[in-house]
Ligand binder design. Sequence first.
Ligand SMILES: Nc1ncnc2c1ncn2[C@@H]1O[C@H](COP(=O)(O)OP(=O)(O)OP(=O)(O)O)[C@@H](O)[C@H]1O
Length: 183
Amino acid sequence: MSASTSRQAPVIIITGTPGTGKTTHAQLLVQESPIPLQHINVGEWVKEKGLYEEYDEEWQSYTVDEDKLVDELEPLASAGGIILDWHTSEVFPERWADLVVVLRCDHTRLWDRLEKRNYPLKKIQENNEAEIMEVVLDEARSSYPPEIVVELRSENTEDLEANVARIVQWIEAWRKNQEPSEQ
Ligand SMILES: Nc1ncnc2c1ncn2[C@@H]1O[C@H](COP(=O)(O)OP(=O)(O)OP(=O)(O)O)[C@@H](O)[C@H]1O
């Protein structure tokens, strides 16, 4: 059992290869959730709060200072009521997580989404390969108990809406579980 028993609201991690739809899901979930949730786009946080060691020009990405990141997020995770949106999950301690959603997408569709962002070819290839090899899914499965890791397809709007509805149902059930049982 996670540390959630002392929280009023859960910690939901939404992970997946870049472009699978984490931010799109998190934004809709904030709107649909029966309880207030704060969406933390971890990549943006890292930039805004300077939680990185350096900027890698070649890969056009930041090398994250993971210790600083975890320290910064700790109070928020302890309080609960957050969605952590990031392409990697193993950095977040197991005790934080109540639900880990891993978004998946067909790799050709993913390629198109990343191309639209004008990513360098190398970065598109790397992400595409990671999606095919299930890197993010494997990482989540090796970092959290299997019963809290859910793999969901994110190909189209129907998937998006169904996934968010499913997470909302999970939140309702989580809330019920937190209520003290009647004697
Ligand atoms: N289920 C979906 N149906 C249709 N379009 C989607 C879906 N998921 C994502 N997209 C589209 O794909 C693009 C990338 O989505 P988004 O920014 O949410 O991905 P991400 O996983 O958060 O990426 P990153 O890790 O780089 O932040 C956006 O243009 C978004 O509209």
